[in-house]
Design a protein around this ligand. Structure first.
Ligand code: ATP
Ligand code: MG
Length: 198
């Protein structure tokens, strides 16, 4: 074997040993809090990916969407057919109308359903899509939300998406991923696309 190949083999083995040791160390069985934040595209996509993964293993999942998109949601069309309950805002958010009370009422109605998901051990995973904004804008009571997440059933995992997560959400999360905006087609003038963006 050449020197180069031998070096590579030793390095790979060392890497494998480290990974194996890490896997051996991770023995705890419990649900996690996964926070997907940052300004890049892919947060909700990733959250729905986890929900699909669970449903694919015949686990039950539930979704609460805290911002009503302008468009229908492809994942909702698919997942509702597979028995995943969705709680979605009846009214849109209205940074436009500047009606803070209406926004708080809309956020609260979704939260009341989300809270039930978080108290129900039948759900293996609960997606709280765009929750970060509700805390950032103080539309929901921070401590109540944190408590409901912390006190969820032990086997349940929670996925939280949205930009600008407050520090407390990062603190209670077991896994935090920050998606970086390197570039986005929208900025080059490409319209949002059905099936890709929603
Ligand atoms: P997605 O739903 O595609 O995973 P996301 O959840 O990461 O996106 P949001 O902040 O929730 O991003 O924005 C939702 C919509 O805005 C999507 O249509 C998405 O394509 C678009 N979007 C996301 N990131 C950017 C960006 N950096 N610039 C412009 N548009 C974006
Ligand atoms: Mg999103």
């Amino acid at each position: 074997m050449s020197d180069e190949k031998e070096k590579h083999k030793v390095k790979s083995q060392k890497h494998k040993d480290k990974v194996d040791a890490g896997i051996a160390r991770a023995q705890e069985e419990r649900g996690i809090v996964l926070l997907i934040t940052g300004n890049g595209k892919g947060k909700s996509t990733a959250g729905f990916g986890v929900v699909s993964r669970s449903v694919g293993h015949s686990y039950k999942a539930a979704v609460a969407q805290f911002i009503k998109g302008t468009w229908e949601c492809g994942e909702r069309n698919l997942l509702e057919q597979n028995g995943v309950p969705f709680s979605v805002m009846a009214t849109g958010f209205t940074w436009d109308t500047q009606d803070r009370d209406a926004d708080i009422a809309a956020a609260t109605s979704v939260w009341l359903e989300a809270k039930q998901f978080l108290a129900d051990p039948q759900y293996h995973v609960v997606l709280l899509d765009e929750l970060t904004y509700m805390l950032g804008y103080k539309y929901l009571d921070k401590q109540e939300v944190l408590d409901a997440i912390i006190n969820r059933p032990a086997e349940q995992s929670v996925v939280i998406t949205g930009r600008g997560a407050i520090a407390e959400l990062r603190d209670i999360a077991d896994t935090v991923s920050e998606i970086k905006d390197v570039k986005h087609a929208y900025k080059a003038g490409v319209k949002a696309r059905k099936g890709i963006d929603w």
